[in-house]
Design a binder for this molecule. Structure first.
Ligand SMILES: [Zn+2]
Length: 255
């Protein structure tokens, strides 16, 4: 499963660090020893604090490393909170910025009393919704439908392309889209995939990362070092892609 904005491990271990009279939570991710020799603290743009440590690291060692970065972490968290104060929900009117495959497009709502059926099209840098009585709800529905159609088309094509490169997958497995709040994708024990249609807003390489992640679960059903070895082999830059996707997840899920 590709969790949204959680650590690489399905059940990341949570810890709390204190600094003065403040505290913050962090997820500890233990990585295979060969991948990273040092303990690293990241603050994702969504405010999640992740600590990567080699499997051999001892907990007191990890805690000390986090403590040394605590002031820096809290400063980042404050900056993020300040920034989020200005994020407002989408109003579904002309001028809103919509995302598709990692790019932004301006939403244009065109009232057309002659047009019975509402249409949604991407043309000349605009996502144009056209029809009658276009309330924000109707516009949102039309855009949501368009996203789902694009997701069905693009995910299938990316899956076909990817399956060709993977020695263990002969055909594209059965899959469908499902809106999920906490996962970009999942792979069931019978080998079928669920994919979150909001992922269509992310860049193609992020889509590929999620698809590859799920396709790797066809052979490795857990997040073992062997599983990460497959990701490393078929998408060596997956960590930076994942980090960027995690950072944008709030935005991608809400508009
Ligand atoms: Zn997974």
């Amino acid at each position: 499963m590709t969790s949204i904005a959680t650590a690489q491990d399905e059940k990341p271990s949570e810890h709390v660090a204190r600094y003065g009279d403040r505290e913050f939570r962090y997820h500890l991710c233990l990585l295979p020893n060969h991948q990273k020799a040092t303990i690293r603290v990241h603050v994702h743009p969504n405010g999640r604090v992740q600590v990567d440590a080699p499997q051999s690291a001892r907990l007191p060692e990890v805690k000390a490393a986090v403590q040394r970065r605590a002031r820096w972490v809290l400063k980042h968290l404050d900056d993020i909170e300040e920034r989020n104060r200005h994020v407002r929900p989408c109003q579904w009117v002309s001028g809103e910025s919509m995302r598709y495959l990692g790019r932004r497009y301006v939403l244009k709502v065109i009232e057309d009393p002659e047009q019975r059926k509402t249409t949604c099209k991407l043309t000349r840098g605009q996502l144009r919704v056209q029809g009658q009585n276009l309330t924000p709800e109707r516009t949102q529905k039309a855009v949501g439908q368009w996203y789902r159609e694009r997701a069905l088309d693009i995910f299938q094509r990316r899956l076909e392309r990817m399956v060709d490169t993977l020695p263990w997958a002969e055909n594209v497995p059965a899959w469908r889209i499902l809106e999920m709040k906490t996962q970009w994708g999942s792979c069931s024990p019978d080998g079928s995939l669920l994919l979150n249609p909001h992922l269509i807003k992310a860049p193609t390489r992020a889509i590929d990362y999620v698809l590859l992640h799920e396709l790797c679960h066809l052979v490795e059903h857990n997040h073992s070092p062997k599983f990460y070895g497959l990701l490393d082999r078929f998408l060596p830059e997956w960590r930076s892609v994942k980090e960027k996707l995690d950072g944008e997840s709030e935005l991608l899920l809400t508009r």
